[in-house]
Design a protein around this ligand. Sequence first.
Ligand SMILES: CC(C)(COP(=O)(O)OP(=O)(O)OC[C@H]1O[C@@H](n2cnc3c(N)ncnc32)[C@H](O)[C@@H]1OP(=O)(O)O)[C@@H](O)C(=O)NCCC(=O)NCCS
Length: 394
Amino acid sequence: MRDAYIVTSVRTPGCRRGKGAFKDTRPEDLLTHIMNAAVEKTSNLEKGNVDDIMIGCSFPEAEQGLNIGRLANQIAGFPISVSGATVNRFCSSGLEAISLAALRVMAGWSDITIGGGVESMTFVPMGGNLPRPHPEHARVQADLYASMGITAENVANRYDVSREDQDEFAYQSHMKAVNAQKEGLFTEIVPTPAAKYVLQENGTYQKETFLQDFDDGVRPTTTVEGLAKLRPVFAANGSVTAGNSSQTTDGAAAAVIMSEDMVTKLGVKPIAKLKCYTTVGCEPDEMGVGPAVAIPKVLELAGLSTQDIGLWEINEAFASQALYSVRKIGIEDQMDNININGGAIALGHPLGCTGAKLCATLLANMQRFGVKYGVESMCIGGGMGAAAVFELCD
Ligand SMILES: CC(C)(COP(=O)(O)OP(=O)(O)OC[C@H]1O[C@@H](n2cnc3c(N)ncnc32)[C@H](O)[C@@H]1OP(=O)(O)O)[C@@H](O)C(=O)NCCC(=O)NCCS
């Protein structure tokens, strides 16, 4: 198989569901903006040279429904000939989309593709607008439809992840993000137009836009004591709170992928190769253990060990499952290399976008530190894990 090179990987800021900067911005507009930005940042790339666009979305309905992978490419001004699809593997959708786009290149079926993700959790709530579990199967395997928060409680209880450890992990997520914002380390963010509706003197509302250039869920005032005071949200005597859960967020991200021939032809400097990607199933009622099973599998595929990995992006769906996964894989001694700019507890988890968002963050950090191998991983609702290995180009 050929190699697939990621030549550009960018994201919008992540903004709080219903309260943040993107609460009035349609998902197509977030996605359109970031796809255009990805093309503009890639030297000599013409939109018409892109063969196909794969876009992850966890709840592809209403404003982000129909086929947003195709609709957004047309809104963004790609020629009619550029096809587009929507990909759903819940929380790994964005990474799945990048992998599918990369596989097209690896198979020799395409020379240039885009993979990305989008989720407006403001416009389409988690679970969708009209969830309709299968009536008979839901009685047989109710856990398949379990609340994600309950699965996080199960992981905490079964694997002894204490409330104190979860809160400490959440605190560190915010502090790392605060520091990264202060130091200007989120170089993968593209300032993004956000809509707002302003009341006019005549009583009507006019749409205006402003530029949003930072993740607005980060809380610099977070303290361990403050986190300890929050009440559990999913179980009466539980340990999972609003403070140690990922935030619900709006955002989009996109990556441009090319074959070696095209890299040479366009004179582009690639960032990294997608070396391996895998997924694996686990019990739905403890879906948070996903990274603990997906990471060993992807490392074996890649012929690498945990010691070869210089940077990790392990999605913080919940502190309980992220911490459990880190412990289970045996990388607790590498905490300084895990989610170095903070994770979804501070920066948000825009479901279908997250896989592409974490790719942009990981690649930016791998470039900054000259790290050869980086791993991205996440748990997935319904009981799965996904993981990918990226290899930095010289
Ligand atoms: C847990 C959850 C229900 C909380 O929702 P929410 O109430 O809208 O959460 P918020 O972020 O608005 O926080 C609520 C309150 O908790 C407190 N809080 C949250 N984070 C805090 C922190 N770091 N420090 C102190 N207080 C904090 C604040 O009082 C906050 O209210 P405010 O925003 O008015 O200040 C929601 O974030 C959630 O469902 N997360 C998980 C998402 C998920 O399952 N994703 C898929 C994973 S597989």
